[in-house]
Design a protein around this ligand. Structure first.
Ligand code: PEP
Ligand code: MG
Length: 569
């Protein structure tokens, strides 16, 4: 048995089998010209690898059909057509028979030339296929060279994924029926892989530094997503112990369900709101199931990231409206696209940056790509005709940005009016407070907007100058740092002085260790992953507001994160 530790990123324990998700590098065999007698066998290898790739694509297509519907599944028909393109196949065969190249070299050249050709076409749709084709070509080449193809959409039962990092697009294709958890070498508690794990309610441990080289596919593994513990080939005693823990946790979860319909009111009658954070319309089910009464953060960038093209106004409108209609009569806060940082968007062709978290991201992109921003704002406005929608701008650092965004919003309203589309004329517009500049002058921002939502994930990283996704500095990353806590208190006070509502949608809002403190600080609404909703509600029900206020003064007098955490205990 081997025991490893990392950062507990999503609660719960899991017992399963290892699946190493690791892009193996493609190494081509030595380049040697073929003799005529071997042409035939190279062509057979090429064709067999193509057949194998086709079978794999068909199987993925059918799984996607069940999970995500016909629309998404049909995309794979296009991929199969690309794979079987006769011109391409002839070209590759020529490279074998006329140039004497080995199948792998001929295929690699053929793929590169074909993608280049696609990427230079005028038709934007075909141009976008160049990236698809690179993927298909890679699959074909790996099959030819007998290299393992990692695929997260098609897992064995009870799989625990071990990987260096899990990007949001990896998580989007996760086979949720069979995935029992994941472990990543990099990342911290508020990296997007960790946030996704919590919203999917999958136990996860992140930031183990090295683990891939220590494990093999199929090994037995136990993970504890709260403590950050991992056991490879655990003893029978460990398995027994964790089976018991799992049973206890399931019982506790059932017990918590009983408070689902209670309002979050303290013992002395102070009421707050508990809302859910979502990344896609499907996430709303878990939010409602947990009894949350609104959405405090809809991360719309996932809609953009899970698509192979810029979502149209109609596509966005449908997604937003679905959420609004499902949660009828509940406020839905739709945040405009927050791309950049650790969230990439391949078809937007953003340059690689030295400091992506300090670079071209979120509102900064929206204000430059005005058409894209208008498309999104119009889609949100149109959805607002069906319920209570609020618009929220991310990564605001200056009042200029709010004003510029609002000018564009007014343009959108006018254009919708001109074509007779309905929207909520009193739609509320707010901002994320997630940068030091917006926190420090929150009292000035409060005069410009209808509400604030504190994004502690970024606020903590920017206040402390500690990368939220870097396991090397994760010990320094803590919203319990007195500097962050003071900033939060200032922002809450600034909102109250001006009489605008204040919520928090960073992960800190769902941290039950912080609930009483935030309550005492005067937070009006807590917005979090569905998995935390009931635990936080339980804390509120057990708290007393007057005591929480006194206790807040004690906590804010502390000097270090350790002193704060000790006092909270
Ligand atoms: C935050 O920064 O706290 C936040 C909620 O936004 P995101 O995690 O998407 O950056
Ligand atoms: Mg943020």
């Amino acid at each position: 048995m081997m025991r490893l530790t990392g950062i507990g990123a999503s609660e719960g324990v899991s017992i399963g089998r290892v699946y190493v998700f690791h892009e193996e590098e493609i190494v081509l065999p030595e380049e040697k010209l073929l003799t005529e007698e071997t042409y035939e066998s190279e062509i057979i290898k090429l064709e067999e690898a193509m057949k194998k790739s086709k079978t794999q694509l068909i199987s993925i297509r059918e799984k996607v059909r069940i999970k995500m519907g016909d629309d998404k599944a049909d995309i794979f028909d296009g991929h199969i057509l690309l794979l079987e393109d006769e011109d391409l196949v002839d070209e590759i065969k020529n490279k074998i028979m006329e140039d004497g190249l080995k199948a792998a070299h001929a295929l690699k050249e053929g793929i590169d030339e074909y993608s280049l050709m696609l990427s230079q076409l005028d038709d934007p749709y075909l141009r976008e296929r160049a990236a698809d084709f690179q993927d298909i070509g890679k699959r074909w080449l790996k099959n030819l060279l007998n290299i393992k193809i990692s695929d997260l959409s098609n897992l064995e039962p009870d799989t625990i994924i071990i990987t260096n990092d899990l990007t949001p697009s990896d998580t989007a294709q996760l086979d949720l029926k069979n995935c029992r958890g994941f472990v990543t070498e990099v990342g911290g508690k508020t990296a997007h892989s960790a946030i996704m794990a919590r919203s999917l309610e999958i136990p996860a441990v992140v930031g183990t530094k090295s683990i891939i080289s220590e494990v093999k596919d199929g090994q037995r593994i136990v993970i504890d997503g709260e403590k950050g513990e991992i056991y490879i080939e655990p003893t029978d005693a460990i398995i027994k112990e964790y089976e018991n823990i799992r049973e206890e946790q399931q019982k506790a979860k059932l017990e918590l369900k009983k408070i689902k319909d209670l309002k979050p009111i303290t013992k002395d009658g102070h009421e707050v709101e508990i809302w859910g954070n979502i990344g896609k319309p499907e996430d709303i089910d878990a939010v409602m199931e947990a009894g949350a009464t609104g959405v405090g953060l809809y991360r719309t960038e996932f809609l953009f990231m899970n698509s192979d093209h810029m979502p149209t106004e109609e596509e966005q409108y449908r997604a937003y409206r679905e959420v609004v209609e499902k949660m009828k009569n509940c406020p839905i806060t739709i945040r405009t696209m927050d791309i950049g940082g650790d969230k990439e968007l391949p078809y937007l062709d953003l340059p690689k940056e030295m400091n992506p978290f300090l670079g071209y991201r979120a509102i900064r992109i929206s204000l430059v790509h005005k058409d894209m921003f208008k498309t999104q704002l119009k889609a949100i406005l149109r959805a607002s005709a069906y319920g209570t929608v609020k618009i929220m701008y991310p990564m605001i650092t200056s009042i200029n940005e709010v004003r510029a965004a609002n000018v564009i919003l007014e343009e959108c309203k006018k254009e919708l009016d001109e074509i007779g589309k309905k929207f909520d004329r009193n739609i509320k517009v707010g901002i994320m407070i997630e940068t030091p500049s917006s926190a420090i002058i929150a009292y000035k921002f409060a005069k410009e907007v209808d509400f604030f939502s504190i994004g502690t994930n970024d606020l903590t990283q920017y206040f402390l100058a500690v990368d939220r996704g870097n396991e090397m500095v994760s010990d320094l990353y803590s919203a319990f740092n007195p500097a962050v806590l003071e900033a939060i208190q200032k922002v809450i006070d600034a909102a109250h002085d001006r009489g605008i509502p204040i919520s928090m949608c960073g992960e800190f809002a769902g941290n039950k260790q912080a609930t009483e403190l935030l309550l005492g600080m005067g937070l009006d609404a807590f917005s979090m992953s569905a998995s935390s909703v009931l635990q936080v509600k339980k804390k509120i029900l057990e708290s007393n507001y007057a005591e929480a206020q006194k206790y807040r003064d004690l906590i804010l007098s502390k000097n270090t994160p350790e002193e704060v955490v000790d006092a909270l205990r």
